[in-house]
Design a protein around this ligand. Structure first.
Ligand code: NDP
Ligand code: KAL
Length: 257
């Protein structure tokens, strides 16, 4: 039997290390037979990725550097992908950033620069990469981003990132309308708390993670593999009738009042 993503080429943005959600996605897409292209920002992430790929015997089609804060960097990265690979069928956007000092205390204290930075890296970046990727999706495609419940509810400490995720989810809907006519779908996975490098050192994480085990319908924590498989669903044709959607992969926590 042919695999779900046999013959499909997918770009994955946001592997920092083995704990990254994007690494969970990598394993799911690789097991489904996809060819993978990666983008990193930091040299440290590049080195971690190369080691991980070697350890798991996964061969990347290409690894390019991409800082989503820069239009030139995005253009250069997707230009390189176009020149060296050509057509792509999917894109995983698993990138977010806010200054640590904005992820505590009151949201009302958010600085103008901190607000703009969180929006730029965590929300506008999806717009920029969708625009670049759609040129390479000549056979249609699927774009998936990663979001969190703090966009819909006030979650202590998530603050400026909650507002950026609200913007990201609204962008998913507007982008879905724009690119739907080219056979391209845009969706988001809203994951429950997962201990990753980003989550490290920000206060409030432990509390949110333990509430899931107590209160979520499934009474168990969320892991990268669950998010990887939900992302695989969005990337594959199994979800061909779905676009502009936000799917919660959070043991059902979001339904609890
Ligand atoms: P990681 O720290 O593993 O990944 C974050 C990634 O963002 C890193 O790979 C980092 O790249 C990248 N990044 C940050 N700034 C830039 C930039 N300017 N240009 C390009 N890449 C950049 O954390 P997660 O896996 O947790 O985060 C991935 C996504 O999942 C984020 O959108 C996050 O908000 C979301 N999410 C996470 C949850 C969790 O509980 N962990 C829950 C719900 C959603 P580099 O290392 O090279 O700097
Ligand atoms: C309520 C929760 C607890 C945590 C609060 C805020 C989490 C914000 C996520 C945001 C992406 C974190 C950062 O931007 C961290 C950054 O300031 C410092 N870290 C880094 O620079 C590292 C080295 C790099 C790799 O990180 C990035 N991002 O580039 C939310 C929890 C329960 C769920 C989470 C963690 C959601 C989420 O969006 O990640």
């Amino acid at each position: 039997m042919t695999k779900l993503l046999e013959g499909k080429t997918i770009v994955i943005m946001g592997v920092a290390n083995e704990r990254s959600i994007a690494w969970g996605v990598t394993k799911s897409l690789h097991n489904a037979g996809a060819d993978l292209i990666f983008t990193n920002r930091q040299e440290r992430s590049y080195k971690k990725l190369v080691n991980l790929l070697e350890k798991h015997e996964i061969e990347a089609k290409l690894i390019v550097s991409c800082d989503v804060a820069s239009d030139e960097s995005v253009q250069e990265a997707f230009g390189k992908i176009k020149d060296e690979v050509g057509t792509i069928h999917g894109l995983i956007h698993s990138v977010a950033f806010a200054n640590r000092e904005e992820l505590q205390g009151e949201y009302a204290d958010t600085s103008r620069d901190g607000f703009l930075l969180a929006q730029e890296i965590s929300a506008y970046s999806l717009v920029a990469v969708t625009r670049a990727a759609k040129e390479l999706m000549t056979e249609g495609g699927s774009i998936v981003t990663q979001t969190y419940l703090g966009s819909e509810r006030v979650v202590p400490n998530y603050n400026v990132m909650g507002v950026a995720k609200a913007s990201l989810e609204a962008s998913v809907r507007y982008l879905a309308e724009d690119v739907g006519k080219y056979g391209i779908r845009v969706n988001a996975v809203s994951a429950g708390p997962i201990r990753t490098l980003s989550a490290k050192g920000v206060s409030g994480f432990n509390e949110k993670a333990s509430i899931i085990e107590e209160k979520a319908p499934l009474r168990r924590s969320i892991d990268q593999d669950q998010v990887g498989d939900a992302t695989l669903f969005f990337i594959s044709d199994l979800s061909r009738g779905v676009t502009g959607e936000v799917l919660h992969v959070d043991s059902g926590f979001h339904i609890i009042g």
